[in-house]
Design a protein around this ligand. Sequence first.
Ligand code: SAM
Length: 274
Amino acid sequence: MTDPIESPWGAADIFERILDAMRASGLTTGSVTIEQLAPVDHIHARGFAATRELADSLAIRAGDRIVDIGCGIGGPARYLADRFGCHVEGIDITVPFVEAGNKLSEMTGMLDCVTIRHGDGQKLPYEDESFDGGYAQHVTMNVADRDRFFAEAFRVLRPGAFFALTEHGLGAAGTPHHPVPWSDDGAGAYLLPPERTIASLGAAGFQEVEVVGTGEEYLQGYRKMISLMDEGALPPLGVHIILGPAASEKIRNAARNIEESRTRPVRIMCRKPA
Ligand SMILES: C[S@@+](CC[C@H](N)C(=O)[O-])C[C@H]1O[C@@H](n2cnc3c(N)ncnc32)[C@H](O)[C@@H]1O
């Protein structure tokens, strides 16, 4: 793969790795529940717990159309579709994730309410004003043109729709240690200070921008994972499957970057004016 965006995420054998880990956990691979998959398919700090908390703050109604930009292998999309009875359109730039995501939706019997397609969040293949809400969890660290990414999200949302975002912003000390989950060596990483991200959302037209610092809670999540790694007690099925052989180093650096103010994670909620 030549696209630097794909390098940290694009392992071609990702679905096989997940199947192997499922078997090692004693799960059948023909049919599985979204709860059983949850340890592996929420690819962001604090995993499923963070998706659930994000969902708690979203006013989604049954039948709504929601867009998940940078949906990964679709764990958050399946969870929201199941919890709210909405339809989620996921889009992701990493082909093996799109393929694995659709196979996992099939295994969970959710192909009718979760659609995952290949594409770039900087150029969305959707009609104007076609979604009731949208979100991007831990995606924008790899997005070169933040203004365009947000302008596209704004374009496809209906007036009054929410847009939720989580990311590792650039901290005051700068220069994060690598590798981290989103980049092996800094290539394809475009972290911005949260103030710049907020300005970019405003320039796109979003209003009611609310920002919460998530550094402390992420640190606790990372530290828990580091303890399990140190004890050799990580369960077979987990996001380390996705992060690959350097998972341990990536997680330790993600924690250290927050501790040293090299990164500054945030959760942002905003809205397209009604
Ligand atoms: C940390 S993973 C998060 C996946 C998912 N949002 C989740 O929380 O489980 C980051 C994802 O963003 C995707 N991505 C990065 N840049 C993208 C872009 N420009 N357009 C679409 N997806 C992108 C990557 O392929 C990867 O799947």
